[in-house]
Design a protein around this ligand. Structure first.
Ligand SMILES: CCCCCCCCCCCCCCCC(=O)SCCNC(=O)CCNC(=O)[C@H](O)C(C)(C)COP(=O)(O)OP(=O)(O)OC[C@H]1O[C@@H](n2cnc3c(N)ncnc32)[C@H](O)[C@@H]1OP(=O)(O)O
Length: 194
């Protein structure tokens, strides 16, 4: 069974997404947006270490291998971890729009169990944009990039200003992120390429 709630249906006047002219070229790795991110950061030992790659248009691909630390039932990936992989992949799309956005809604279908040791091949695409609202969809396949769909999701991301993180994040991590030269570069890139 699957379906998408009304909140994830773009309005009639929604626009097609526009890839930013400075977006990474198709095939290029996007890199982690934050070293301590559970989804993509290299600094989280039990994180997903998900590496997203730009595709054509406003699409990305990514892969991650389910580790023993990601189990729910014995030998199987936890559904929340799989939802995180979808969320992270969908979130990385916003880098191609040069928009900072957070997940407002994420609807996930779990279609097949995913054993530990499996590589989950993810694909995601922005389907529409309506003011601050970014509509996107993703699938995760097993057995190969063209294998059967194990998980899929539809999402609504909401554009926010950098201040969203500064206001809401714990002070010590915000200060550390602001002092990280690479993070500053990334944030500056957002600001000079609106
Ligand atoms: C120095 C530091 C540098 C940092 C550099 C950062 C780099 C980039 C990091 C990215 C990180 C990504 C990581 C992976 C993705 C996450 O995991 S993000 C984390 C999980 N998500 C969150 O924490 C979001 C928590 N929620 C919120 O903060 C607020 O609810 C939101 C989403 C910002 C919206 O609040 P708001 O700005 O007040 O917006 P609001 O006016 O209520 O709504 C705007 C529109 O969106 C609609 N909307 C809002 N929420 C929803 C919803 N849940 N369902 C349906 N519609 C909704 C509203 O109906 C409204 O629609 P219109 O009336 O315009 O048609």
């Amino acid at each position: 069974m699957s379906g998408t709630s009304a909140a994830l249906q773009p309005p009639a006047d929604a626009e097609k997404p526009v890839r930013h002219p400075d977006a990474p070229a198709p095939g290029e790795l996007l890199g982690a947006h934050y070293e301590q991110c559970f989804g993509c950061g290299g600094g989280q030992s039990h994180g997903l270490h998900l590496a997203a790659r730009a595709g054509e248009g406003v699409t990305v691909t990514a892969a991650f291998t389910v580790q023993p630390a990601h189990q729910g039932a014995p030998g199987l990936a936890h559904g929340g971890v799989l939802a995180t992989a979808l969320d992270e992949t969908l979130g990385s799309l916003n880098w191609l729009l040069r928009t900072i956005a957070v997940t407002g809604r994420l609807e996930t279908d779990f279609v097949r169990p995913v054993p530990v040791g499996t590589v989950l091949y993810l694909e995601a695409e922005v389907t529409a944009v309506s003011r601050r609202k970014i509509y996107s969809t993703a699938t995760g396949r097993i057995g190969g990039p063209d294998g059967p769909v194990a998980v899929r999701a539809d999402a609504l991301f909401i554009e926010v200003a950098v201040e969203h993180f500064v206001h809401h994040g714990r002070e010590e991590e915000i200060k550390a992120a602001m002092n990280d030269p690479d993070q500053v570069r990334r944030t500056r890139a957002f600001e000079v390429n609106p």
